[in-house]
Design a protein around this ligand. Structure first.
Ligand SMILES: Nc1ncnc2c1ncn2[C@@H]1O[C@H](COP(=O)(O)OP(=O)(O)O)[C@@H](O)[C@H]1O
Ligand SMILES: [Mg+2]
Length: 353
């Protein structure tokens, strides 16, 4: 049988470049070499596209901070992509998870793993994710939304009316509308980059200015009290969910360091939650995925409060971490779908789409 030509794109221009290298090399080394003819495509931090020249069988799973050395620049990206049967974009964050790469692949008419343009954009943009989840009646944290433009701040109310105001005034408004602690986040970011937990009004202004370095749109959320849990979904129209997993951050919240540099952060699979709560989380995960028009895969993150029985959605990740020890593959492994089988299923779903 002729082997399917699979392109794996990883690296990328976002702050999650390094994480993507780990995810991408994990995917490459686990894809079935009998079944697939693999082309590893690496995008550098400055946006140059390369083909890895090391034989795929020899490509090892890299660690955070390691990079691809043996590579050749791609002269004709269009030709390279069109020559492939299916592409697995293992890119996180801006330029990969936000619909950009999906747009390129749509234009070139190459099937690809995962969400399309719309779901990718919506899932990447925390403000627009919230707008869709509000519409879908999925419970989430109370929030405020502001924008930065020409060094001025614009306050956007719940009816989308926009008004330029002094940052001090905006902070007062947020202070009276939300309770502390609050989380200030760039709308488009990931891996906790640009996020600050704020305990009082004096810290709010700085946190907003800091978040605005990463994105012009800034989200301010009231803290959710509960356990941090995640659920993986898989499918196009017929979507299945995994079991629920719990994150126990080593730090005050699940920051970049707690995620990647601190071995004390723990993952518990399956999460020790009452069955009804787990089931509700699994249902809400599928609902959220469908609400953003998801395809292929996503990891949906929640907060669950066992005492009150409440669950809130935090976010949806359309291209979650994909190393062998990442939550997404681990959750499916726990329900009987090992990493290698999961990769096959994702490729089948890409071709079905
Ligand atoms: N509203 C909230 N309440 C409590 N903790 C939060 C809240 N928002 C974010 N966090 C903490 O910050 C971390 C990163 O925020 P998140 O919205 O998931 O951004 P990212 O896309 O960077 O992962 C979360 O994993 C959680 O630990
Ligand atoms: Mg998160």
């Amino acid at each position: 049988m002729k082997k399917l030509k699979v392109g794996v794109i990883f690296g990328g221009i976002s702050s999650e470049h390094d994480v993507s290298i780990v995810s991408g090399t994990s995917v490459i080394s686990n894809l079935d070499k009998e079944k697939y003819n693999i082309t590893p495509i690496y995008i550098s931090e400055d946006g140059k596209w390369y083909v890895c020249t090391k034989p795929v069988e020899q490509i090892k799973i890299l660690n955070i901070g390691e990079t691809i050395k043996e590579k050749r620049i791609i002269e004709n990206i269009e030709e390279t992509l069109k020559n492939l049967d299916v592409i697995f974009p293992v890119l996180h964050g801006i330029g990969g998870e936000d619909g950009s790469i999906q747009g390129i692949l749509e234009m070139f008419n190459v099937p690809y793993v995962g969400c399309g343009i719309l779901a990718s954009c919506v899932g990447m943009d925390k403000v627009y994710t919230k707008i869709i989840f509000d519409k879908a009646n999925i419970k989430q944290a109370k929030y405020e939304y502001i924008k930065k433009y020409n060094n001025k701040y614009i306050y956007i109310d719940k009816k989308m009316n926009q008004e330029t105001q002094e940052l001090k005034e905006i902070c007062k408004k947020i202070d009276s509308n939300l309770k502390y602690p609050m989380f200030v986040k760039p709308s488009n970011s990931g891996s906790s980059v640009g996020i600050t937990k704020v305990e009082k009004i004096e810290e709010l202004e700085k946190a907003i200015e800091y978040a605005s370095k990463y994105d012009k749109k800034i989200l301010i959320e009231q803290e959710l009290i509960g356990r941090e849990v995640e659920c993986a979904v898989l499918g196009n129209e017929e979507v299945i969910s995994s079991c629920v997993g719990e994150i126990k951050p080593s730090e005050e919240f699940y920051s970049y360091d707690a995620k990647y540099n601190n071995s004390e952060s723990k993952v518990i699979i399956p999460a020790d939650l009452p069955k009804e709560m787990s089931n509700e989380i699994r249902n809400q995960a599928i609902k959220a995925f469908k609400a953003i028009d998801g395809k292929g895969l996503s990891r949906v993150d929640f907060f669950a409060n066992e005492k009150t029985g409440e669950i809130w959605i935090n976010e949806i990740n359309t291209l979650p971490g994909f190393t062998q020890i990442s939550m997404y593959p681990k959750l499916f492994e726990n329900v009987g779908i090992p990493y290698k089988v999961l990769l096959n299923k994702l490729i089948e779903l890409a071709l079905e789409k």
